[in-house]
Design a protein around this ligand. Structure first.
Ligand code: PLP
Length: 363
């Protein structure tokens, strides 16, 4: 039986995709081997890679002046790649701090430019339970980019309006909201995501970068693998890529397309999130502390009044086939990650159990 897997990542994938991959694992399209065993220089794998990129471009409506690369090292490796690739001699950038991942990205950028990298807005004062006002940021004329983490996986918040970057390129970590809803790619300089939250296996990141931001000459001495231009020129095949993850992502893109694309994903995701938020609003035992206007529809955090009761909830949830519901260690409580592949039945099962638990445990 499949579990209702609420893991934040690596996370639930569509059962249709897993079955297809299972069917092909001994013999991919008559080649007598699986994609895992195949040279990345074969025509067969090249087609897998090219088809994946083409499908991604189609479902996200990525304009032709944006490059797409599939790179290794997850999202975290890009925390360094971003300043290394985007900074001019100014070496200045503005970061918006809305949680752990934007803080880490900021700290990484500071390694390369301790003076020039600044936090221009933060929600740290209220433990990242909201998105700060970004309508009049202190952007410097020399800033090379403005950085956000668009959906905060750990704290359960999301930018529903993009910051006013005053004309500077916006760099967005979309790891936990990638392909969860339509986005206007033209509003961004760079979109990137570790794929293991909403689209595939771990260890792969997708970087979508506007052509004019790709530098021929980098300001910093940069490891070859982190140089976007090298990856772009090599068509993501500079070295052996994470071929298995690219293959699964391609299948997930196809799954999204066949269901009707990102508009449909958004409707499904909003419907799922509504079931859980509606219950949380009426519950006397569980609470969600996130500012309503800034709620994530991908990661929903909640807690009871005590850590003991939270632990009891997590433990008893397993008997209801509800797994990986424990909150991140920085926040405690619970977190339901309800990515694209989570069926609404999983959310119904969770809310049913929460009601039952509330009845039994409310003093
Ligand atoms: C998980 C996550 C990361 C880190 O991803 P890795 O692939 O583990 O490096 C970065 N940003 C966000 C928003 C995430 O959710």
């Amino acid at each position: 039986m499949r579990a209702y897997n609420f893991s934040a990542g690596p996370a639930i994938l569509p059962v249709e995709v897993l079955k297809e991959a299972a069917n092909e694992i001994l013999d991919y399209e008559g080649t007598g081997m699986s994609i895992m065993e195949m040279s990345h220089r074969t025509k067969t794998f090249e087609k897998v890679l090219n088809d994946a990129e083409a499908l991604l471009r189609e479902i996200m409506n990525i304009p032709s002046n944006y490059k797409v690369i599939f790179v290794q090292g997850g999202a975290t490796t890009q925390f360094a790649a971003i300043p290394l690739n985007l900074m001019s001699d100014n070496k200045k950038a503005a970061y918006i701090e809305t949680g752990n991942f934007s803080k880490k990205a900021y700290q990484e950028a500071k390694i390369f430019s301790p003076e020039g990298v600044r936090i221009v807005a933060s929600s740290k004062d209220k433990n990242y339970t909201y998105i700060p006002d970004c309508s009049n940021l202190d952007i410097d004329k020399d800033d090379d980019y403005v950085y956000i983490c668009e959906n905060n996986t750990i704290f359960g918040t999301k930018f529903h309006t993009l910051p006013d970057t005053k004309g500077k390129p916006l760099v967005s970590d979309q790891s936990s909201c990638f392909l969860s809803e339509p986005v206007d790619v033209t509003k961004y300089g760079v979109i990137y995501a570790g794929v293991q939250k909403n689209v595939g296996p771990s260890g792969l990141a997708i970087v979508i970068v506007r052509e004019d931001l790709v530098r021929d000459e980098l300001v910093f001495k940069t490891p070859t693998m982190l140089n976007w231009k090298v990856q772009i020129d090599a068509g993501s095949l500079y070295n052996t890529p994470n071929s298995w993850a690219i293959y699964i992502c391609g299948k997930v893109f196809k799954w999204i397309k066949d269901l009707g694309g990102l508009e449909v994903m958004k409707k499904r995701n909003e419907a799922k999130a509504k079931v859980l938020y509606d219950y949380l609003e009426t519950s006397k035992l569980f609470k969600n502390e996130v500012e309503k206007k800034d709620r994530s529809i991908m990661n929903i955090v909640f807690r009871t009044e005590s850590e003991e009761l939270d632990a009891k909830f997590v433990s008893e949830a397993k008997n209801h086939n509800i797994v990986s519901i424990k909150g991140h260690r920085l926040v405690g409580g619970m977190r339901a990650s309800i990515y694209n592949a989570m069926p609404i039945e999983g959310v119904y099962a969770l809310v049913d159990f929460m009601r039952e638990f509330e009845k039994e445990n409310l003093k």
